[in-house]
Write a protein that binds this ligand. Structure first.
Ligand code: ZN
Length: 78
């Protein structure tokens, strides 16, 4: 039986209390993502210890867009 490892998705979530961001590993499970995609999920914050609600759709989109910005920045310096 072939087992394929899925890459873990790491997303940086901003803490509204400290404004620092912390890393959250999204389970590499399509069902989990589908279930949480359109609603806010409470995550225990590593910065302040309390729970904040996040939209993973927004967090991932923001992260993807900032990656693209970073790639453009790197391309500009070449
Ligand atoms: Zn926090």
């Amino acid at each position: 039986m072939e087992t394929r490892k899925r890459a873990n998705l790491h997303v940086h979530l901003p803490c509204p209390t400290t404004t620092e961001s912390f890393e959250f590993v999204i389970p590499s499970d399509p069902d989990w993502l589908a279930e949480h995609w359109n609603r806010k999920t409470k995550v225990r914050c590593r910065e302040c210890g309390s729970a904040h609600a996040y939209s993973f759709r927004d967090a991932l989109l923001t992260q993807m867009l900032s990656f693209e910005e970073r790639i453009i920045e790197i391309a500009d310096t070449l």
